[in-house]
Design a protein around this ligand. Structure first.
Ligand code: CA
Length: 225
């Protein structure tokens, strides 16, 4: 496998590289978030090993940028020193695929990477909430067995909200992910939310897209209170 390791601890990075290179894998490494993100965007990796605590840009921010700005489907395994639920949710909310708490066995790291890379080759990731699903590779959107057609911006918004679900995503976070510096016009987000709601909810009795006034938006199944 061609792997990218983003880890600022030189000792740990050397251990991981030594182990994985001995097993025949090709390793690229970065010691900070900005370099790591750059490598992740310009190269095609089978999987990325991403430390949470990094100088400059942390692992959560890097993973969010990778998913929401670069639209990269590359499998991401996050490493963290803390085994807390909040860290775990933060990682998955940012778009990580798996999670390993330090210290870990190098054999386990490799096994997890193999599993992630296999999943990555198997036709992308299917995100689902209730009876709504989206394949992040083919971009096929289905609800209740029906194929739905979405405009590109609504689709991007849907994937962002589906990845975060059931978390509420703030307006500013959505605008940052969609447009970087700011939306093209002040009402742009509202317009796209309207289009998304029309596409995924209008024909269905159960609504999945929720507006939390003054806070943000959320995609949530009715049984996931
Ligand atoms: Ca670190």
């Amino acid at each position: 496998m061609h792997l990218l390791l983003i880890e600022d601890s030189q000792d740990l990075a050397a251990n991981i590289c030594e182990h994985l290179e001995a097993r025949g894998h090709v390793m690229d490494t970065a010691g900070d978030g900005v370099t790591g993100l750059h490598l992740a965007v310009i190269n095609k990796y089978d999987a990325i090993i991403l430390d949470v605590g990094l100088p400059g840009m942390d692992g959560f921010a890097l993973c969010r940028k990778l998913r929401h700005e670069a639209h990269s489907p590359v499998p991401v395994l996050m490493l963290t020193a803390r085994d807390t639920l909040q860290d775990k949710l933060g990682g998955f909310g940012a778009g990580a695929d798996d999670y390993l708490v330090k210290p870990f066995a190098l054999q386990e790291l490799e096994a997890r990477l193999q599993a992630l890379a296999r999943r990555g080759q198997a036709g992308g990731v299917v995100l689902s909430v209730g009876d709504l699903s989206v394949n992040t590779d083919t971009l096929q959107v289905r609800r209740g067995g029906v194929d739905l057609t979405l405009a590109p911006t609504a689709l991007k918004l849907l994937i962002l909200l589906m990845r975060a679900s059931p978390r509420v995503v703030s307006r500013s976070e959505i605008e940052m992910a969609m447009w970087g510096d700011g939306p093209p016009e002040s009402d742009a987000l509202r317009t796209h939310i309207h289009a998304l709601r029309a596409a995924i909810d209008r024909r269905f009795p159960v609504k999945l897209l929720h507006t939390l006034h003054g806070i943000g938006y959320q995609i949530r199944a009715p049984d996931a209170e």
